[in-house]
Write a protein that binds this ligand. Structure first.
Ligand code: ADP
Ligand code: ZN
Length: 525
């Protein structure tokens, strides 16, 4: 058998492995199934390309993206590795020709679109060829809990069964929460795979969550500090992009803008100007990102909370690609939860999903949102929270996030929290946060007059407490499941949540975090 270090040098031009690569290469070469989770840019493709050269037969690579197949096959051929792809971008003639050559044993690696696995001509070939390895790229596509479900991926195990001898299977993905991981193992029917999670930590990034009273003012003061540097401000909707960009420009901070509602030429111009500027600032929705590869982004600010941590980490991770210190700051407010829920409820389900599973899918999205909210409200190390989410074993503290640097203090608000729950229940579970706050503060309103709320025991129970604090307590209660928004009502009605009993019985304590002003160190450890 050829020496793997020699091949690594000869075909790929590298002197050593990146973290995690060698173990995956060894396992696959030894015939063991593998699930490898590595962030984008971590060096996944080598993990199946090198075993392809180390094993005698053909390696099949299932990949969902035509452009990705073309790129990889192109660079393999340049490196002197015979490779080809079979997908719908080929004409019938080209396809027949490529398959013909495959029959002749001319290729070491063949990339296939998942749909091809059921084509009779391809199956006939696969059943007669010596297939020594099957690599499944973007393996999270097999999971309905993932972000890009592709029903055709579900055919892979059936394809494997139809082969005379089942080759080892390597599944690769950049995004897989523990649930998605379990789903990949099950749906691809992996045989006691080696599970390898590597390289999610980005040491040069500092993470911060801020809970500003006034996001615009906070953003403005942050950007004053970033003058002369390049960064992205992400917003959750097109409308917010426009508002924030207008606001900044009006305050003497020129900002580019980018969202899918802008005409294509304008979007392209924004993207190009940002790419070439040393100090460019762009305000954008998550539509901005595909294909940007700017290395000197010094900060990524989220003006709104994203829907899940996969999205957050991917967007924040566009900072500091050059390895220099960069900051990832999330501005969090209670309203973000409502916006996120709204966006989820109005999002298009992925194509090809069994309608019976839609309810489950929604529930999973809500769960992911809950973890995102957890990131915004946790008092523990933010980096540890992120790494744990992605299945990596985190350090307890990192010394480079706003929580490790003690950017907040906690205030016990259990008394106020009980009063809020009492107000919600004794007023009949039919009012929104505004009315509940007014009731607790003892304010006479149209609603209190109409429903005689001043007769309730809780009327005015929190008189004297700042209204903002009462609202903050309500937000915290909603986040932590003591209250929830009534899903049946078209209005933002608050009702008791799944954890309400613990608060009522006195077994739960509720605290708020309050930001202390203090910027974290700019240099990485
Ligand atoms: P992924 O598919 O995980 O996004 P790639 O396989 O495209 O990542 O690799 C990302 C980059 O890392 C590529 O430019 C590749 O050449 C480089 N790379 C991969 N492995 C190594 C290695 N062992 N040493 C140096 N560079 C590597
Ligand atoms: Zn930390």
């Amino acid at each position: 058998m050829p020496d793997k270090m020699q091949l690594l040098r000869a075909f790929f031009g590298y002197d050593s492995f990146r973290p995690g690569q060698e173990a995956v290469v060894d396992a696959l070469t030894a015939g063991r199934d593998v699930l490898s989770i590595m962030p984008t840019g971590g060096g996944k493709s080598l993990c199946f390309q090198l075993p392809a050269l180390l094993t005698p037969g053909i390696t099949l690579v299932v990949s969902p993206l035509i452009s990705l197949m073309k790129d990889q096959v192109g660079s393999l051929i340049q490196a002197g590795v015979p490779a080809a792809y079979l997908n719908s971008s080929l004409t019938e003639r080209q396809y027949a020709l490529a398959l013909d050559r495959a029959w002749q044993g001319r290729y070491k690696l063949i990339y296939v679109a998942p749909e091809r696995l059921e084509s009779p001509a391809f199956l006939r070939f696969a059943q007669h060829a010596a297939i020594s390895l099957l690599a499944v790229d973007e393996a999270h596509c097999v999971s309905q809990w993932g972000t890009d479900f592709r029903p055709s991926y579900l055919r892979i195990p059936h394809f494997l069964e139809s082969l005379p001898k089942r080759p080892p299977v390597g599944a690769f993905t950049a995004t897989a929460t523990p649930e998605v991981r379990a789903d990949i193992v099950q749906k691809l029917a992996l045989h006691t795979p080696m599970v390898q999670v590597t390289g999610f930590d980005r040491e040069n990034l500092s993470f911060e969550v801020r809970h500003p009273q006034d996001k615009r003012a906070e953003l403005l003061s942050l950007l004053e500090g970033f003058r002369g540097e390049s960064g992205v401000v992400y917003c959750s909707t097109r409308k917010t992009v426009e508002e924030v960009a207008d606001f900044l420009t009006g305050h003497g901070i020129p900002a580019l803008r980018y969202h899918a509602g802008l005409p294509l030429p304008e979007r392209q111009e924004s993207q190009e100007r940002f790419a070439f500027a040393d100090d460019g600032l762009i305000v954008a929705t998550n539509a901005f990102g595909m294909g940007i590869d700017k290395s000197n982004v010094r900060y990524v600010i989220h003006y709104n909370m994203p829907l899940d941590l996969e999205s957050y980490y991917q967007e924040a991770g566009r900072a500091g690609r050059d390895g220099e210190a960069a900051r990832c700051i999330l501005l969090y407010g209670g309203r973000d939860i409502m916006t996120a829920r709204f966006l989820l409820e109005h999002s298009q389900p992925p194509e090809g999903v069994d309608p019976q599973l839609l309810g489950d899918l929604r529930a999973k999205q809500m769960e992911r949102l809950q973890r995102m909210i957890g990131y915004c409200t946790t008092t523990q190390c933010l980096r540890a929270y992120l790494l744990r989410y992605f299945g990596e074993k985190p350090p307890k503290t990192c010394g480079n996030c706003s929580n490790c640097l003690g950017n907040f203090e906690t205030v016990d608000v259990t008394r106020e929290a009980r009063a809020v729950l009492d107000a919600v229940e004794s007023s009949g579970c039919r009012f929104g946060p505004g009315a509940i706050a007014a009731l607790l503060l003892g304010q006479e309103t149209e609603q209190s007059a109409r429903w005689h709320l001043e007769r309730l025991d809780v009327f005015g129970r929190l008189a004297g407490v700042p209204a903002k604090k009462v609202r903050a307590v309500m937000d915290a209660l909603t986040e932590q499941g003591y209250l929830q928004h009534d899903a049946e009502s078209p209005y933002p009605v608050l009702i008791p949540g799944p954890n309400a009993a613990a608060l009522r019985s006195g077994s739960a304590a509720v605290s708020l975090r309050r930001a202390r002003d203090h910027a974290p160190a700019r240099r990485p450890r």
